[in-house]
Design a protein around this ligand. Structure first.
Ligand code: M6R
Length: 607
């Protein structure tokens, strides 16, 4: 899940590529590099760490040339060192690569036996060495790449340039996204349309298995069998706008604060405000005849799906099978032809979710994508999409995309209930009214952020933090734990409160903090009993609830935070916010890199 860019330009390309790589840094930030052709000769600059390091290197040793490729890396094979940074080069060729070459070990052995010396630990270098060997055998650049592509197994997107070939760039896509940008006597390659947005809005998304030969004035696309193919040129809505943090210290803080607005916007798209009823776009399927619904996603998006399972089952009486995409894609789940699969993804590029979607389509299912990036691979591959209107999410920790996913799923569940006659118009209006109050209720909570900041400080000396929830709030416990561990690096786990006594309670001692999510819903008393059990064993409890009182909330509470009282239907959306803020402020106290935490990337385009 690296980011790649390539330019056949009319002016020096290194500064332009640096700018494009900044837009791609969400895909990885372990190292970065650029290669250009200076008077036909391949030149490279690379640096470990974030893009600023490469910028520093380029400031002291600039690269000239109007042809170039660039890369920002999320390390898969080989440590994030300068040596392992892309572009990789051998005699006559330089390559940037996003993805994994699964058969690289056998290819490397073969090449080493043939006398090739490898300089790096990466899988990518086998591509470079193979193309270089083919060139040495007298093949043209196009034939050398064609022969090499045939030998590669795995998922990849590639950008390739050749010494002495100022007007040639080759791209290839298998599994990982790649787009061609069409300019005026200029041509571009990029991992997504956002990277290309400053240069052009005319974009061709390559299909699975495609490879492309570019000059400044021509685009020739071939399918995996080498047959010439035409792919449409689209006018993308991606903008060159680079999000800024406004008055906030981090993108994550800004994105948390934006939730009242973006949830309101999302509701505006799916609710008829006059009627107070759900209004969905025309969808090529109906819920009435469905016997089951399948949901797949990864990470935070998966937790949104898990909450939706409660909505679909309770309100629409529709059984839901939900799985993590990386498991689902290999599980060979039997799916009924004509059924419905929903995939959820902020980026729309998550490799496992995309593969799960393709599996569902192959089984003859209708597919619906809940995506934030409307130009993404998942959005394009689904039969229909329901966008989340969260706007660009830059912080690696997903926040506003999550609450917007929940919002869309809540509306979808209501629409399903209506199709299936499991809800009256009156009840639908009641639940829609509850949804419409959410933006204001979140705004109210944000005004008490300082209370959560104070509580968050008390999490930072814990050995472990457990998040407990029941029913529809159990997924929020899981999400709270994921948020805390990914940005503060404090060990955290989410549990269904009733499950604690089946094992995890053994962890409890005075150094463990327990965050209990306990709105006054039908399961409140049971959750409080579970809370008492951990209190009795010395844990320090932080209670998130909607009515604070001196004696009704159980004993042993260390800290409490009041969430606005709401219809239980919308509680997952509301309780997501305090767990986000606890994680955020704990991470601020820990001094971590909040928007780009270690080892992570915003978009996970490798499996
Ligand atoms: O772009 P996606 O929604 O498909 O991403 C899925 C996960 O990678 C993502 O939610 C991840 O878990 C986040 N870092 C969580 O904050």
């Amino acid at each position: 899940m690296c980011g790649i860019v390539g330019i056949l330009g009319s002016q020096p390309v290194a500064p332009l590529m640096l700018d494009a790589l900044r837009r791609l840094e969400y895909r990885g930030y372990d190292s970065a590099g650029i290669a250009t052709l200076e008077d036909g000769e391949l030149m490279r600059q690379r640096a470990p760490g974030k893009l600023n390091n490469l910028q520093g290197v380029l400031a002291s040793r600039p690269l000239a040339g109007t042809t170039g490729i660039g890369h920002t890396r999320w390390a898969t094979h080989g440590a994030p060192t300068e040596n392992n940074a892309h572009p990789h080069a051998a005699k006559g060729v330089a390559v940037v690569h996003n993805g994994i070459i699964e058969n690289f070990r056998e290819l490397r052995e073969e090449l080493e036996q043939a006398g090739c010396d490898f300089e790096t630990e990466t899988d990518t270098e086998v591509i470079v060495q193979m193309i270089s060997c083919e060139l040495a055998d007298g093949k043209s650049p196009v034939d050398a790449v064609k022969a090499t592509l045939k030998r590669l197994d795995g998922a990849f997107a590639l950008g390739i340039i050749f010494s002495g070939e100022q007007d040639l760039m080759i791209g290839a896509r298998r599994g990982s996204p790649l787009a061609v940008g069409h300019g005026e006597a200029e041509m571009f390659l990029g991992s997504d349309a956002v990277a290309l947005a400053p240069f052009t809005n005319k974009v061709t998304f390559l299909d699975e298995g495609d490879w492309v030969v570019l000059t400044r004035k021509s685009v020739h696309i071939f399918d995996e069998n080498g047959a010439p193919v035409k792919r449409p040129v689209r006018f993308t809505k991606a903008t060159a706008y680079m999000a800024d943090k406004g008055n906030h210290r981090h993108f994550m803080a800004k994105e948390i604060a934006e939730q009242p607005e973006v949830i309101g916007h999302t509701l505006g798209e799916y609710i008829d405000m006059g009627e107070k009823r759900v209004k969905l776009p025309d969808l090529p399927f109906n819920f009435a005849g469905l016997s089951r619904l399948t949901i797949t996603a990864c990470g935070t998006a998966y937790y949104a799906g898990l909450a939706a399972k409660y909505w679909f089952e309770q309100v629409a009486r529709l059984p839901v099978d939900i799985d993590i995409a990386s498991e689902f894609r290999y599980r060979e789940a039997p799916l009924a032809e004509g059924g419905l699969s929903v995939v959820i993804s902020q980026s729309g590029e998550t490799a496992d979710t995309l593969a799960a979607l393709r599996y569902c389509a192959e089984q003859g299912q209708h597919t619906l994508g809940i995506v934030n990036v409307q130009d993404s691979s998942i959005a394009r591959d689904c039969d229909a999409i329901m966008p989340t209107y969260a706007g660009p999410e830059i912080g690696v920790a997903s926040t506003k995309a999550f609450t917007c996913q929940l919002t869309v799923l809540a509306c979808l569940a209501l629409a399903a209930a209506r199709d299936r006659n499991t809800i009256t118009a009156e009840r639908e209006r009641e639940l829609v009214s509850a949804l419409l109050k959410v933006p204001r209720q979140i705004a109210d909570m944000l005004r008490h952020e300082d209370d959560l900041k104070r509580i968050a400080k008390k999490l930072t000396d814990a050995t472990d933090v457990l998040f407990l929830g029941r029913g529809i709030n159990y997924p929020i416990a899981l999400e709270g734990a994921l948020k805390l561990k990914e940005i503060s690096y404090i060990h955290a786990e989410g549990y269904a409160a009733g499950e604690l006594k089946h094992g995890p309670i053994a962890l409890i001692d005075k150094d463990v903090r327990v965050i209990v999510i306990a709105p006054h819903d039908a399961l409140y008393e049971k959750t409080v009993s579970n809370m008492e059990e951990v209190a009795a064993r010395g844990a320090k409890i932080v209670l998130l609830t909607d009515e604070i009182n001196g004696n009704g909330n159980g004993s042993g509470t260390f800290e409490q935070f009041r969430v606005p009282k709401a219809n239980a239907f919308v509680n997952p959306i509301l309780y997501a916010v305090p767990v986000q803020l606890l994680a955020y402020h704990a991470a601020v106290f820990m001094g971590t890199d909040i928007d780009q935490p270690r080892n992570l990337a915003k978009s996970v385009t490798v499996e």
